[in-house]
Write a protein that binds this ligand. Structure first.
Ligand code: HEC
Length: 111
């Protein structure tokens, strides 16, 4: 009895952790249509690479597109429906893709 309860609990924890990552991946699908499935090979040269970018840079850019502080017809439309949580999740998810951006390693700033 106890063992089966434990197994059920573990299965639940595993599936909810997976659902978190899955939700971000699902939200990012629409973004991949332009920015590339690996976020490092955008479909055209006027679309920026996002892979390997700092998550706070990505989150700031998305928040600025949403508020209109940064103007771009395509991205203002993309960001307008995103919640603050969507922005955090997308920024965290996308920044983890390995990319060819030449950003300085974070340890240069955080000591
Ligand atoms: C229809 C094509 C298209 C789609 C879909 C799209 N983007 Fe973009 N994205 C662009 C273009 C074009 C730019 C450059 C805009 C500019 O000059 O500010 C851009 C810029 C960005 C930037 C700023 C990058 C930088 O280096 O400053 C971020 C972050 C971003 N997009 C994230 C996303 C996310 C997250 C999604 C999905 C919710 C998404 N994009 C969907 C075309 C697209």
């Amino acid at each position: 009895m106890k063992a089966s309860l434990l197994i059920a609990l573990l299965a639940f924890v595993a599936s909810s952790a997976h659902a978190g990552a899955g939700a971000a991946a699902q939200k990012a699908e629409v973004c991949a249509a332009c920015h590339g499935a690996d976020f490092n090979t955008p479909v055209s040269e006027d679309i920026p690479r996002l892979a390997g970018q700092y998550p706070d840079y990505l989150a700031r850019a998305l928040a600025d597109y949403k508020s209109g502080a940064r103007k771009n017809a395509l991205m203002n439309g993309q960001a307008e429906g995103l919640s603050a949580q969507d922005i955090e999740e997308l920024a965290a998810y996308i920044s983890r893709f390995p990319g060819s951006l030449k950003v300085l390693p974070l340890h240069r700033f955080i000591r």
